[in-house]
Design a protein around this ligand. Sequence first.
Ligand code: HSE
Length: 447
Amino acid sequence: MTTVRAQRGAAGVRPVRVGLIGWGTIGSGVIRILRDHRAAIDDRLGAPLRLARVCDLDLDRKREVSVPRSMLTKRAADVLGDPSIDVVVELMGGTGAARSFVLEAIAAGKAVVTANKALLAKHGAEIFAAAEKAGTGLQFEASVGGGIPIIRTLREALAGDRNTAVFGIVNGTSNYILSTMAAEGRSFADVLKAAQRAGLAEADPTYDVDGIDAAHKLTLLVQLAFGARLPLGAVHTEGIRDVDATDMAYARELGYAIKLLAIAKDHGDAIEARVHPTMIPLDDPLAGVNGAFNAVCVHGDALGRSMYQGQGAGMMPTATAVVADVLDVARDRLRGGPRLPPLGYPLSSQRPARVRPIGQVRSEFYLRVAARDEPGVLGRIATLLGRGGISIASVVQRERRADGPVPIVIRTHEIEEKALRRALATVAALPTVAGKPVAIRIEESPG
Ligand code: HSE
């Protein structure tokens, strides 16, 4: 029945033709959805949506789906220079050739769909401006949160609110590693190695575990949520390599989970934007987001807090977001132009962001100091923290040991970061303190 309606609805309408550049895992998912959901997609569009060309430098690798040989090419020019192709889907990744291809496609009047957060974080200003000027559609739902429709939500559903915070778990790999460390009491290095063996983490995990991927995504969320553009370097970025199983255990004991959070807050006069391991209460809904799942929370003046959760990565979840974008720009083609600019608002309304430096950001902190277990040590540490203006909320020292340092765990009240760092340096210099003290920011209720 669906097929019959599709044929009738599509009769006589020129197909919208799609060219795919980058035939990797997500590309295979896109091809599969376009093939398997063809009738329903044609129905929804009211016109046939057809894959016309697939471009990749490596056409011989074994893949999840097959494509007729006649459709394949190694030359991007066969897609970009083909006037019959309406929509270019960029899934090749990287920020060099991908930038050129996206700009070429826009210049040729084609609509563009991309999942490339690194590209948009680095060259977004140029690409958004080009698309807006050319009046072509540009969609990028899959660039943040995989299959979670967070871009569209911020651009449209929350457009009536004044958002004051956007934060969440936007990197599945690091969330998988941290969740596994917490559940199994294992070390970062051990879990990373196992995740790489199982294909759950890249051979080079730098982008994921060092917070870079999350920072790229945060720059996009900030533009959508606050209407302000952050230079990429303005996101304070720390990864999860130094998260220790000991701190995972203490965190749980104190009622917290440790998550890699991307956090942005709009204070009106300045925006803070940061990615770092964060302790959040175990009863916060974000603490229950485990494995490779992602979740983004938005706090708005009118709506309060809302949370969007789902599969943040992977072939089919990410491909659904790409195909929805293809449908969106295909609808634009049939309508004669995009319904909205790429960010939902004209770039001329975008305000330059004044960034609050990390030193001025206020947080509560979890501290772990390794110190010799002798009378007066705790007093000296407390005195130095007090002199630095830091108020202590609680102290835990469980172990007793005569032959080496013991962990002293301290929770502070809210304090400016630079005051905390200054005081902690004086603590680290005590002869009774061994190694570098650990400091993890606590967010009781982000936003
Ligand atoms: N590498 C990303 C992650 C998925 O681990 O979440 C794509 O955004």
